[in-house]
Design a protein. Structure first.
Length: 304
């Protein structure tokens, strides 16, 4: 059965009623499966993960973006995470029986609908990008809502769909097609955000760090900590443990230790198993040794 994964990010992580309304717009279609929702008050951001038949997923994404447009005002929004829209980004990920090309076509369909139905300018990114410069979400979102108010008027920043102006309160939205990524944060015992930013620069691919890692340094004043916030875009080539260990190494240069780590949303089982095997020092380990995985294999073999 065709299954599409959708992980919209909304610029609201503090008002429970708004978050509930956005999620309700998705779950009103009983055919869809809500897999996860994660809100962060300091980032002021909510990430929702759901899956289902491709057209139902696109319809739900439009419904949720409509609620976000009506309830989130970026002119008064404050949060640690970069953002350019009330519905900031909507990545689509192909799962069962959905090709990447289908996913790209669906991203374009979604972009057109957000533009025509909600009057929101849309930028396509990752596999759906129309230019190489827009593959990287950070490049699309550069300067965030405030800078894009004027920047969108430049030819180089013309949106792929919709008006060449931001929606006055809902901004713009990035819609992409991509493989699964892991949103992974490392919190440090420090209040010096400069240290987090230096470590992020050392870790991220664009600064010469690890391939397939995007990273930025943030202050978390309510915790009295700082954070290296990452997206691992290819966990098979740069696993979680490798990113964490490099952060530990870089942090030690400044006399700082890791306080905790966070997984935002969902991660592939294989990525977590790989890191567990690394830290346990398991010899000749196979994922077949995971009880639940072996049971699932046997059920599939028996047709159950």
């Amino acid at each position: 059965m065709e299954t599409l994964l959708c992980i919209p990010n909304f610029s609201e992580g503090q008002r429970d009623d708004v978050i509930a309304a956005i999620v309700s717009a998705i779950t009103q279609d009983a055919s869809l499966t809500l897999l996860d929702q994660a809100s962060d008050s300091e980032h002021n951001r909510t990430v929702v993960t759901f899956a289902g038949a491709p057209q139902a997923v696109v319809d739900a994404a439009v419904r949720s973006a409509r609620i976000a447009r009506e309830t989130i005002d970026l002119t008064s929004h404050r949060g640690k995470h970069p953002r350019m829209g009330a519905t900031d980004v909507i990545p689509l990920v192909p799962l069962e029986d959905v090709s990447m090309q289908q996913c790209i076509d669906l991203a374009k369909q979604l972009g057109r609908r957000l533009a025509s139905e909600l009057d929101i300018p849309v930028y396509l990114y990752e596999e759906a990008a129309t230019t190489p410069q827009r593959r990287n979400l950070a490049a699309v979102r550069r300067g965030e809502f405030e800078e894009l108010l004027e920047g969108i008027k430049e030819e180089s920043r013309r949106p792929d769909f919709g008006p060449q102006r931001l929606h006055p309160t809902a901004g713009a939205t990035a819609v992409g097609a991509r493989r699964p990524l892991i949103a992974y944060n490392v919190n440090l015992h420090s209040t010096d955000v400069t240290i987090a930013r230096r470590i992020a620069r050392a870790v991220r691919a664009s600064s010469g760090g690890l391939a397939y890692v995007k990273a930025m340094g943030l202050a978390l004043p309510e915790r009295g900590q700082v954070q290296v916030s990452m997206n691992l875009t290819n966990y098979m080539k740069t696993p979680i443990y490798r990113a964490l260990e490099l952060i530990r190494l870089e942090a030690a240069r400044y006399g700082v230790t890791v306080a905790s780590t966070e997984l935002v949303g969902l991660a592939p089982q294989a990525a977590l198993i790989e890191s567990a095997a690394y830290y346990l020092g398991l010899e000749d380990f196979s994922s077949d040794q995971v009880l639940e995985q072996r049971l699932q294999q046997r059920r599939e073999e028996s047709g159950g």
